[in-house]
Design a protein around this ligand. Structure first.
Ligand code: ZN
Length: 459
């Protein structure tokens, strides 16, 4: 099966040029001008960008949280991702207390197998680290689960203490794994939450007001120091506050391998959203919370340099009905998370590239290439080059559309960007050479996604 994508502008993290892309057996086999093989199928990309498929390294599909489960499973979530130009995800498997890492990995593989429509990998969330589990981290890296997420918040549920975090970090010095950190000072937040509730402050906005930027900055700094003492890199997930970014910048200026991602919600929404009438603010209850207006400008600056290395979504959808409502009378019971797997590429193109904040190449780097490199998928994923998987997005840079829950494909009853018009639209999506989105319709197959066995850092 040979497919030829002709006449488009091929865009990678480093180049943009007119060219044809030939795909054979699911891989890019040649790039050139006026390629004329006997292709079985030709896709005309005149006037369009030909981009490497998006890679979202922070999603939570089918995830239990606070007495409910995120609304998208691996089928609806990955189909929505494909609609938005994302062709690979790295989701999170959770090791609960007393479990081995392998048990957790197998449980999440079952959730994804037969359902995922695009390729998927897993980070492993460690919530319990006896010596046996610490040793087991090596085996996970060998299986291609090469990154681990640790929490500095949610004591008693997900949080590890500094000693355990330090041991996990040290272990990755030998096995080539990468530690991803949820950096918020959970103990301070818990005191603030208890105080607010005792004073009768129960509305959604108190979720944000009890999670100060300084609590994120402090934990970010501590995470970086722990990694420095262990002599390993660290990756800060969903960085939201400029105060936390300062800590990453300072570390990088000292030459430390400190990496961080941010998410579109921190670039396009703000604290003001919590002030929406009634219970509407619950739509934006996520951790870390949205920050004050003006914060986003500093994040954009971090993205245009390299202090922020990637844009992921932290997609973790909960419906307003029956799910967010669990916290109607108590903000601390609102499930934390918001949908975004489908809107990332469109928002970053419109708000980043069109507005002149980042270049088109940087857009590709932030949404695909850099996550692929950091998490052991490059060059199989994250670029268009001979030998790489033919995960390709044909993107019309001029086509406008309006983001809305009425038309999105995520299984959630609201969209945080409702009514926002964006310019630029995903038109056709190929996953390993197969067309899975065509003229806005899903033509792929649930279960066609493959597990991504990722490489360790040293490889
Ligand atoms: Zn998350």
């Amino acid at each position: 099966m040979k497919t030829l994508v002709t006449n488009g502008t091929v865009v990678t993290a480093s180049d943009s040029y007119r060219g044809d892309v030939l795909i054979e057996d699911g891989k890019v086999s040649a790039i050139g001008v006026s390629l004329s093989p006997d292709a079985d199928r030709t896709i005309d990309a005149s006037g369009k960008y030909v981009l490497p498929g998006g890679i979202d390294v922070h999603t939570h599909l089918d995830m239990p949280f606070g007495g409910t489960t995120s609304a998208d499973d691996f089928e609806s979530g990955t189909i929505a991702a494909a609609h938005g130009g994302t062709t690979s995800i790295v989701d999170f498997a959770i090791q609960y207390k007393g479990q081995t890492l392998r048990q957790a990995w197998e449980a999440w593989m079952k959730k994804a197998q037969g359902k995922a429509a695009i390729d998927y990998g897993f980070h492993m969330i460690i919530t319990d680290l006896p010596d046996t589990v610490e040793q087991e981290m090596d085996a996970m890296v060998a299986e291609g689960v090469t990154s681990f997420k640790l929490f500095m918040a949610y004591r008693g549920v997900l949080m590890l203490d500094d000693g355990a975090i330090f041991r996990a970090l040290s272990r990755t010095g030998g096995n080539g794994g990468t530690i991803c950190m949820h950096a918020e000072n959970g103990d301070v937040i818990e005191v603030l939450v208890r105080r607010a509730l005792a004073e009768g402050r129960t509305a959604p906005k108190y979720h944000a007001l009890t999670r100060p930027a300084r609590a994120e900055a402090e934990a970010t700094y501590r995470a970086i120091c722990l990694a420095e003492m262990a002599g390993v890199p660290v990756y800060i997930v969903h960085l939201s506050a400029a105060e936390a970014l300062e800590k990453v910048t300072e570390a990088r200026d000292r030459g430390l391998p400190a990496y961080a991602e941010t998410c579109p919600q921190y670039l396009f929404l703000s604290y003001a959203n919590y002030e929406e009438p009634g219970f509407e603010g619950a739509k934006y209850v996520m951790s870390p919370p949205l920050r004050a207006q003006g914060n986003e400008e500093k994040l954009w600056r971090g993205l245009s340099g390299n202090d922020l290395a990637a844009v992921s979504t932290d997609h973790c959808p909960f419906c307003m009905k029956e799910q967010k409502e669990l916290g109607k009378n108590d903000f601390s019971k609102i499930p934390n998370g918001a949908p975004g797997i489908e809107t990332r590429m469109h928002l970053m193109h419109d708000g980043g590239v069109r507005k002149g904040r980042i270049s088109l190449n940087r857009f590709v780097e932030l949404t695909s290439t850099s996550p692929a490199k950091i998490f052991g998928l490059f060059p199989r994923k994250g670029t268009i080059a001979p030998g790489s998987d033919a995960d390709i997005v044909i993107f019309d840079p001029e086509k406008k559309h309006t983001i809305s829950a009425k038309t999105h494909h995520m299984k959630v009853d609201y969209n945080p960007y409702e009514g926002r018009e964006v310019t630029g639209r995903v038109e056709t999506v190929l996953s390993r050479g197969k067309v899975i989105i065509e003229s806005g319709k899903f033509t792929g197959k649930a279960g066609a996604g493959e597990f991504l066995k990722r490489k360790p850092r040293s490889a």
